[in-house]
Design a protein around this ligand. Structure first.
Ligand code: RB5
Length: 192
């Protein structure tokens, strides 16, 4: 049995209605990435609005991530679900990806059992670059080199602590542009 000091004290995840938008922005701007570099090297303001979505396999992890990100000053658009009935990850991934592709949200995080199916769905939306990451190095690199706007993870693959570190690595990194911009442009050309 865990000793008292080992018991993790967290506030319970917020009780969410079908769809909620967490706007738990702190009074002062946090030390977060607030600018990004365009493919041409220009510095652009980066909106701090992020969409989260999952299937039934990742509800608890998604809610933990939503709480974590909101505490860091992000405006979280949580598309659910909140009830455990089986749901279809292609619909969940596409819905989140549309929010990013439309410009409504700057970034997105999608979750399913493995992260793989919902990543595949998100990548079918034109303009979206989404990678499955279960390590912090990859999460940083898909921002720095691939200009990925979306991160996918599998709730049946990793634990909560690593998932939150991966989220931080993804959010704190910025696209480097330069030769990587040339390559991202080549990806874009594939879907033209
Ligand atoms: C659902 O059982 C599972 O297939 C889904 O969460 C995901 O792992 C698919 O890629």
């Amino acid at each position: 049995m865990a000793s008292p000091q080992m018991v993790q004290r967290r506030s319970p995840p917020p009780q969410q209605s079908e769809r909620i938008e967490l706007t738990n922005a702190p009074r002062f701007a946090p030390r977060l990435q607030t600018q990004r570099t365009s493919n041409t090297g220009m510095t652009l303001p980066m909106s701090k609005r992020i969409v989260l979505s999952s299937d039934h396999a990742a509800i608890a992890l998604r809610q933990t991530i939503a709480e974590h990100i909101a505490a860091k000053g992000w405006e979280v658009v949580d598309l659910g679900p909140t009830t455990p009935e089986s749901t279809h990850y292609p619909e969940r991934g596409a819905e989140a990806a549309e929010r990013v592709a439309s410009g409504d949200c700057a970034l997105g995080i999608v979750l399913c059992g493995t992260g793989q199916g919902i990543m595949m769905a998100a990548n079918k939306v034109k303009g979206i670059r989404c990678g499955v990451c279960h390590d912090t190095f990859s999460a940083r690199m898909i921002r720095q080199h691939n200009d990925a706007q979306m991160l996918a993870m599998g709730a049946r693959v990793i634990g909560e602590g690593l998932a939150l570190d991966i989220v931080d690595a993804f959010l704190d990194a910025a696209f480097e542009g330069g030769r990587h911009g040339t390559r991202v442009d080549m990806i874009k050309a594939l879907e033209a």
